[in-house]
Design a protein around this ligand. Sequence first.
Ligand code: SAM
Length: 265
Amino acid sequence: MADTYTHGHADAVLASHRRRTAENSAGYLLPHLRPGLDLLDVGCGPGTITVDLAARVAPGRVVGLDVSADPLEEARALAGRAGVAVGFAVGDVYALDADDGSFDVVHAHQVLQHLTDPVAALREMARVCRPGGLVAVRDVDYAAVTWYPADPGLDDWLELYHRVARRNGAEPDAGRRLLAWAHAAGLRDVTASTGSWCWAAPAEREWWGTSWAARASASSFAEQAVAYGLADRERLEAVAAAWLRWAAADDGWLGMLHGELLIRV
Ligand SMILES: C[S@@+](CC[C@H](N)C(=O)[O-])C[C@H]1O[C@@H](n2cnc3c(N)ncnc32)[C@H](O)[C@@H]1O
């Protein structure tokens, strides 16, 4: 049975993913990129990171795959505007439509946390990576998301998010587990690091807070929370209100810790 993607592709979700760049989301990989490398970006979503990476490896071949067609049209439009060549297509990380050893770099940002079998996904990513090439993965660790000021509504958001994601068979505290997953996949040449995001400037607070308020009100996450009997509309609206309070707080601050791996194949 196919995995259930907790976030879905509502505009509030894509609005959040669109802010991602190679610099703010794949800094650990950038020193290893050079022109001419062939790169596969798995679970590429709206493709902002993919397009940035493509500019760095041109004229290498770049492919962005996502299990859902929903975000790919805007990814193609973005690549067109940026003037970089990227082939975007529907594809599944568990069964990549690529020969063994056909890419120098196989990248996935915030994807493994959504899968029921991240170890199988890593094995498949390594299969299509050339000997000597790199598999690069980065995932948040939700239990390590922290904020100010304290708000019971945000505590409730975190608890609810954990419960919905785990009900989907996914692992929201993925960052700390990446190394163990790589080892379980038989991958031993692994460099682990951490990265972080910090949202505190007024424009960032406004964007993140209103985006999560909208996601708590109407998105796959909200629908799943209700369908699984984990929350009613009232509880979700209280979570949305908490995000808006945080966005409006002059001292509002939020930090997210990410695990990162560079795996030499
Ligand atoms: C959190 S989004 C990350 C998107 C993009 N990498 C970024 O960071 O902006 C996760 C993406 O993984 C995709 N995804 C989920 N399961 C997948 C699978 N089995 N194979 C490929 N993509 C998958 C989802 O459709 C979604 O677009």
